[in-house]
Structures are given as C-alpha cells and as structure tokens.
Design a protein around this ligand. Structure first.
Ligand SMILES: Nc1ncnc2c1ncn2[C@@H]1O[C@H](COP(=O)(O)OP(=O)(O)OP(=O)(O)O)[C@@H](O)[C@H]1O
Ligand SMILES: [Mg+2]
Length: 337
C-alpha cells in the first residue's frame, strides 16, 4: 500500500489579538493509504479543518512534515494539485451564476474538458436543477455543487471537510453512495465528519483527533474491537436471582432497569447454561458491541451530562487523560507481551 497522505508532527498555533495564543493542532499524525475511505473524526474545534487547510497549503504550519501523493506539502503541491479534489469549509459561489455556468468556468480554468460537466452534475444529482441560479439553492444543493466542482478533474484523491453538512437524510445517503462508488472506482477519499454513524457506514479506516492530537487510528473494525468489552444484555424473569447465580459462577454482572449486563464473556452459552441449569430461562441475550459513537465519546473525553466546551478546553472530565489511547501503542504492547 502506498501512502497518499502522510502527516507527521503537524503543529499550528493561531495568534489573535483578543484571544492570544491558541494551539489548534499539536503534533498530529495522519496516514492515508491508496484506496482507503478514511474518516477523520473529532469534536468541534479539535483541529480537523486546520489540519486539512495546512495539508493543502491554505494555512502555514508551524512544524511537522506533510506529503500528498508523494509530494512534500506545501512546496511541491502544485505538482500534484491536478490529481487532488478538495472541499475545505463551505466554498463560495457566484449567486447569479447557474450551477452549469459555475462548473463551466471551473472546467475552463482547470483545463478540464467541458464534457465532464454533465457527468459530475449527474453524479451529484443536480442535473435537473443545473440551469437555476446558485443563490436560489438550498445549503445541501450548494454542498452538492461543491462536490461536483471537486470531481471535475477526476481526482485520484478526494478530500471532503464535512461533506454531509446541510444535507437531509436522503442527501446523506446519496453522498454515502457517491463516496462508495468513487471508492469502488479506485479514488482514495479522506472525509472529516462528526456524524459518527456515517463514518462507520462509509469508511474502512478512521483517525480520531482530540485537542489537536491523534487519539486513535486504524481500521474501523480494529478501533471498535479495541473497545469491545464482550458485554451481553440479558433479560430474565428474576433478575436478582440471576445476578446471584452469575456472580457465583464468577461472571461480572451489573443490574440495569429491566435488564442485566454481563461483561467479559466470549461465548453466550456460558450465560444461558449458568441460568438454565438453575431453571432460570433467558428471555433475551444480545451482544453489546461498541459503536464508533461510544468510542469517540470515550476518547475525546466527552461525557453527556457535562456542559462541554467546543474543543474540550474547558474543564476536562476527571480521568480524561487516562482514556487517550493510541491503538498502535496498544497493539505494540500486545505484541510485546
Ligand atoms: N483563523 C483562525 N484564527 C484563530 N483561531 C483559529 C482559526 N482557525 C481555527 N482556529 C482555532 O483552532 C481550533 C481548531 O479549529 P478547526 O476549525 O480546525 O476545528 P474543527 O475540528 O474543524 O472543528 P469543526 O468540527 O467545528 O469544524 C479552534 O479552537 C479554532 O477556534
Ligand atoms: Mg471544521
């Protein structure tokens, strides 16, 4: 696998008159390999857009090394710019232009054959509205136009910052299908989002950023497996007796309203046998697999009952530092052990 995007030790601090110094990206690493659909996840203000802007030469980094398609960024970016399509933050279009005229202008400026215009309008589902002025477009339609403009030059690498922004559920599904079809055609995709379920559905790899630092990365399945506690939700007629029986069998069990949770069990037969042998029949036995949302909330130190500051810079929940986990470090430890 060849690296399509490599970032190591990226640093960026903004200096503003009012707020003073703000560290946006703090030694961040990212590796995206050819053919991946790579999710870039992080809470508001965690440094995603700043990272993408630095990668694309839109803001000057303070430190670190970056490359895109093998070219050092920002110095050698012009050599590969024609092979990269990117939307970072909502692009601005001329309101009085139609989508078709907008794309025509971009195609001519970029030396792209105008036959591509119909193809990309079709791809993003805007063909039937392409003769309307952009100022009458909804947010989701503008977002689609932005994607169309990024697709014009048939990029090998597509970078999308929050592509689902402003899209309705049907639009999100269409965006998902579009990303999938591009990936199937061999395009490498990096997309930032905080819609966790979307990332889980579309992406094969993920990098999670929190407060400007990478806190997890790897295959989505591996990241999730790293947080699997092998828990089972159990319903029985006599929960109190079940807690006692399971506890006596050496299992870790906690009672919740209406159900029990048994942790650390690989084979569910162990639970049903332990209870069944004492005449207590299991009514429901459901594996509790971690989803990206719970992993994300744990890694980014976000607890649902605390008012949270956008980038977590306020009062981090107690023990937040303890949950910063680098999966590679974790894997290495396992290998070493
Ligand atoms: N031009 C700027 N000047 C000053 N501070 C900035 C600037 N751009 C970003 N920041 C700060 O850097 C931090 C990271 O911002 P960034 O836009 O990269 O976050 P993000 O992860 O993209 O968030 P979101 O999910 O809300 O888009 C924030 O604290 C933000 O206020
Ligand atoms: Mg952003």
């Amino acid at each position: 696998m060849s690296a399509v995007i490599e970032i190591s030790g990226l640093r960026k601090t903004f200096h503003t008159l009012r707020q003073g110094r703000r560290v946006a990206v703090d030694g961040f690493d990212l590796l995206v390999e050819a053919g991946q659909v790579h999710g870039f996840l992080g809470p508001n203000g965690s440094g995603k857009t700043t990272t993408l802007r630095a990668l694309l030469g839109l803001v000057r980094a303070d430190g670190g090394r970056m490359s895109v398609l093998g070219a050092e960024s920002p110095d050698r970016l012009p050599e590969v710019a024609g092979r990269v399509g990117a939307i970072v933050e909502s692009p601005q279009f001329f309101g009085n232009f139609t989508a078709r005229r907008t794309l025509r202008l971009l195609a001519l400026a970029g030396g792209v054959p105008t036959s591509r215009i119909d193809e990309v309008l079709d791809q993003v589902g805007l063909r039937d509205r392409s003769e309307e002025r952009v100022k009458g477009y909804s947010l989701g339609m503008k977002q689609r136009l932005a994607v169309a403009s990024a697709l014009l030059k048939q990029p090998e690498l597509l970078i999308l910052d929050e592509p689902a922004n402003g899209l309705d559920p049907a639009g999100i599904r269409e965006m998902r299908d579009l990303v999938r079809s591009l990936a199937a055609a061999g395009v490498t995709v990096l997309l930032s989002s905080h819609i966790l379920a979307e990332i889980q559905l579309i992406c094969d790899h993920v990098t999670i950023i929190s407060r400007g630092q990478r806190v997890a990365h790897g295959r989505v399945d591996d990241v999730l497996a790293g947080f699997d506690q092998h828990e089972w939700q159990v319903r029985v007629a006599e929960p109190e007796r079940a807690v006692e029986l399971l506890g006596r069998a050496g299992l870790s069990v906690t009672a919740h309203p209406g159900h029990l949770v048994v942790a650390g069990v690989d084979e569910p037969e162990l639970i049903s046998r332990t209870l069944g042998e004492q005449g207590l029949w299991v009514r429901e036995l459901i594996p509790l697999r971690p989803d990206l949302e719970s992993v994300f909330l744990e890694l980014t130190g976000t607890t649902p009952h605390l008012p949270r500051q956008v980038d977590g810079s306020g009062t981090p929940p107690a023990g937040a530092d303890d949950v910063v986990i680098d999966l590679d470090a974790r894997e290495n430890r396992e290998v070493d052990a």
